[in-house]
Design a protein around this ligand. Structure first.
Ligand SMILES: C[S@@+](CC[C@H](N)C(=O)[O-])C[C@H]1O[C@@H](n2cnc3c(N)ncnc32)[C@H](O)[C@@H]1O
Length: 349
């Protein structure tokens, strides 16, 4: 049942407080303005009906130290990581314990990020050994790409996502049929490249022109230039809404939204306001034989139970299982776990 797409719906049947939004004009519109919006331009969010999917939780997906990436040590509010050839120190608020490695190991770092301790805050890089260029060669499981020192402390990859990539690549290969993947909030494209290498046709969406440029660069560096990947610079919600209107569908949808973000035309993304609608749209743009929908969330004040409940309700009537928990990185020095994000995924079988 797809009640939310039924434009002929009797207004009186709507829930008392529908969550509504104008499709094309979300520029900071206050909620009361949305509530007076033209009903022809709004998509109504309703609770889905049907048997709830099975559930598996808590599921802790772990990335262990490997040749491409390792969390070498952590403590004193910092983490020491190996990204390809470089040893990097960045702030890590959760590391409230003491480092396990001696100071000389930390002092051997090639790059240190200093600045705002806020996750999205600006800062700058210091290179204690020798000046380094802006980019450097990185690799994930045989896929080459570029690391980059950005002013927001990030380096172009979220290594904890590798657990999702592996799972997704398995689904694509096991399907033994053409598979279409939509990667919303795709950033520098690692998930898109992993999906393309596994044989999928990929649509990658991100609001940042820079991130899209970097992702395209990564496609070439990974020698996957001949693989079918569409790189789209657009607001994720707008794109998903349009795909729904056009009836375009996908077998796998990945979405890894920030707590707050902006589309290229200033469209505002607020996770707590917008996630329910986007999740519902992700369900409605699935093919008749979908494989999975994978949601990750980070830097938010919520438990994985919250996104689990949202996903389970949204996928009512679809069968399958909702698996939810945390993505963690296992530290090499003392085996401590660093939690990076919450996730919830619907898996068809
Ligand atoms: C944390 S990153 C996603 C990481 C990615 N999943 C990965 O594993 O590499 C969040 C991304 O969302 C993008 N973004 C923020 N607001 C957006 C919006 N409204 N529409 C589309 N993308 C947006 C940012 O440009 C950024 O690249």
């Amino acid at each position: 049942m797809k009640p939310s797409r039924d434009k002929r719906r009797d207004k009186r049947q709507q829930p008392e407080r529908p969550l509504i939004r104008p499709r094309e004009d979300r520029h900071d519109a206050p909620r009361h303005a949305l509530e007076n919006a033209d009903p022809k331009t709004v998509r109504i969010l309703r609770r889905r009906e049907g048997t709830l999917p099975g559930e598996k939780l808590p599921l802790i997906l772990e990335v262990a130290p490997n040749a491409d990436y390792a969390l070498l040590d952590s403590g004193n509010g910092q983490k020491l990581e190996q990204y390809g050839p470089y040893r990097i120190i960045r702030p890590e608020g959760q590391a409230i314990w003491q480092p396990a490695l001696p100071a000389k190991e930390w002092n051997a770092a090639d790059a240190v990020f200093t600045g705002d301790t806020d996750e999205e805050g600006m800062g700058r890089w210091r290179f204690p050994q020798a000046p380094l260029g802006e980019t450097w060669p990185m690799r994930h499981d045989g896929l080459d790409y570029l690391g980059r020192f950005t002013s927001f402390r990030h380096v172009g990859v979220f290594p904890e996502q590798a657990s999702h990539w592996e799972h997704m690549a398995g689904l694509i290969r096991d399907a033994r049929r053409p598979v279409k993947v939509l990667n919303l909030f795709g950033y520098t494209g690692l998930a898109s490249l992993v999906a393309a290498r596994a044989g999928a046709e990929v649509t990658h969406v991100d609001a940042s022109k820079k991130a899209i440029g970097w992702a395209r660069e990564n496609q070439e560096i990974a020698r996957l230039g001949d693989k079918p990947i569409r790189w789209i610079c657009e607001d994720a919600m707008k794109f998903a809404e349009r795909e729904e209107r056009r009836g375009n569908t996908y077998d796998i949808v990945l979405f890894d939204p920030p707590a707050y973000g902006r589309g290229p035309k200033g469209e505002v993304w607020q996770l707590f306001d917008d996630l329910p609608m986007l999740t519902d749209i992700c369900r409605s743009i699935l093919t008749p034989r979908p494989l999975a929908v994978v949601l990750t969330a980070y830097s938010i004040r919520a438990s994985f139970f919250a996104i689990h409940a949202l996903m389970r309700d949204t996928f009512a009537g679809m069968g399958g299982t909702i698996e939810s928990g945390e993505l963690i990185i296992r530290e090499k020095s003392a085996g401590r776990a660093l939690s990076t994000s919450l996730f919830s995924r619907w898996v068809a079988s």
